[in-house]
Write a protein that binds this ligand. Structure first.
Ligand code: PSU
Ligand code: MN
Length: 307
């Protein structure tokens, strides 16, 4: 018995019977979007996963318990409470658990929980990465280190251009993390479909991605896989336009001296204001798209494991 860890009955049953499950994070709820869009989106994402025949498993720390498969009421609580709930990445977990606090799990912390629960597929909006200027600040998201060590495929819309995408790819290469493009040769960059950087490999179907996971985990090549799923054409924002907004947001962060775990939420919020909410709409749409793809990959992965 681990007093710091809990899996809902529904998720536990699904994992035990090799039925598809998709892990979902909660930093995006508490720190990534404003209320009430955060709650609406989190519940729509769960619904999308169910529609595709998989069980959603939203992860958060509640009263010192890392919980996989939180309830609707708990999603609502996290959404309303917003940034009052601490952002919890790997290094934050021991303090939050021991003090019986609440925590909104990042990609890294959600991967840890998913792995502990036996869930291999996780959907989110964007992963953390190497920040611009990291040569000086050393700001590299713990998400990358987690991708290096924890066996979970993360379906995302690519790293956001608030990051240094080239350095993020270099880091992932060093750490042995495959970066797969879903129906694309080019790495998408979150709100935009283009980044100017190629992916390691293009995968055209969910079963191809599941096969890649199967090969990796059968050979015990530990660590994550990035599945980069471009935002739909109709929801995408233009690269040129976003570049200038992102530069403005970065300059504002610099002027205000914002650093550490606060930087990612600050940049997201500022870009949202600069685009008059258009970036929020794009963010919502891409998360829904990632949830749908993740559910399909999870189903294919279960099929391969049943053979
Ligand atoms: N990217 C997004 N939206 C988010 C995040 C990243 O587009 O909400 C969140 C994720 O939870 C990710 C975290 O794991 O930010 C990364 O934070 P940091 O850079 O401090 O590691
Ligand atoms: Mn950071």
């Amino acid at each position: 018995m681990n007093p710091y860890f809990k899996v809902s009955d529904e998720v536990k049953q699904a994992v035990q019977h090799n039925r598809p499950v998709v892990a979902l994070e909660s930093t995006i709820i508490a720190h990534g979007m404003p209320y009430p869009q955060n709650v609406e989106t989190a519940l729509r994402v769960e619904h999308t996963v169910r529609d595709r025949g998989a069980v959603p498993a939203t992860v958060a720390v509640l009263g010192g318990v890392l919980t996989v498969g939180i309830s609707k009421a708990q999603v609502e609580f996290l959404g309303r409470n917003g940034t009052k709930t601490a952002k919890a990445s790997r290094r934050d977990l021991p303090v939050i658990l021991s003090k019986k606090l609440n925590g909104a799990t990042t990609v890294a912390a959600t991967m840890i929980a998913a792995d502990m629960a036996g869930i291999r597929v996780f959907a989110t909006g964007g992963i953390g990465g190497v920040h611009r200027g990291a040569e000086a600040t050393m700001d590299i998201s713990a998400d990358l280190e987690e991708l290096a060590r924890t066996d979970v495929a993360v379906v995302c819309a690519g790293p956001k251009s608030i990051l240094d995408i080239g350095l993020t790819l270099e880091y992932l290469e060093t750490k042995g993390v495959p970066v797969l493009g879903y129906q694309t040769d080019e790495l998408p960059a979150f709100y935009c479909r283009e980044s100017g950087f190629p992916v390691d490999a293009r995968m055209d179907t969910p079963v191809d991605i599941a096969r890649c996971m199967h090969a990796k985990y059968t050979c015990e090549l530990h660590g994550g896989i990035v599945v980069a799923n471009p935002i739909s054409r109709e929801d995408a924002l233009s690269e040129d336009e976003m570049d200038s907004f992102i530069q403005t947001a970065l300059d504002m962060a610099e002027a205000k001296g914002i650093r550490g775990k606060k930087i990612t939420p600050f940049l997201l919020e500022t870009v949202k204001e600069l685009t008059h909410g258009r970036s929020l709409k794009a963010n919502i749409q891409l998360v829904l798209g990632n949830a749908a793809l993740a559910a399909e990959i999870a189903a294919e992965y279960c099929r391969l494991n049943a053979l």
